[in-house]
Design a protein around this ligand. Structure first.
Ligand code: FES
Length: 140
């Protein structure tokens, strides 16, 4: 998570506390610096133009008809695509520090989707990706 993402998340949490709004009320609005990229899932594939990614190669992707977003980030060898669904009890995840947090019971996952803190025990679901003709293809 970069500085802008950290500030975005921090500000949202401060507003929540001040307003007394429960965290679950924010489900679905994400905690990213920009709007999620909405994409259809056709033949178990999502196609995201590389130009739609952030400068650092990251993006929150919102598959049409899905209950969870997918976090894309650039790696040394390509792109990772992680389903932002807690592996404990299927709660949506939010950006937190350098990874992802579940506000339901406190599980934390690192940027690669590995569990840093339970009760979740399994890593996040990761989808295979490929770059084809200036598009990132996520295979679901
Ligand atoms: S649902 Fe995420 S920690 Fe329980």
């Amino acid at each position: 998570m970069n500085r802008n993402q950290f500030l975005n998340v921090s500000c949202r949490l401060c507003l929540l506390g001040a307003a007394g709004i429960a965290l679950p009320s924010l489900l679905g609005c994400g905690a990213t610096k920009t709007a999620a990229y909405r994409v259809p899932v056709l033949e178990r594939q999502m196609r995201i133009p590389l130009a739609a990614l952030e400068a650092d190669g990251s993006k929150i992707v919102r598959p049409e008809g899905w209950d969870y977003d997918v976090a894309v980030h650039k790696t040394a060898t390509g792109y990772d695509a992680l389903l932002l669904k807690c592996t404990h009890m299927d709660n949506p995840l939010y950006a937190s520090g350098t990874g992802w947090a579940c506000h339901q019971h406190g599980s934390l996952f690192n940027a690669e989707g590995q569990v840093r803190k339970g009760p979740a025990e399994e890593p996040l679901v990761r989808y295979r990706t490929e770059v084809v003709s200036e598009n990132l293809i996520i295979y679901t």
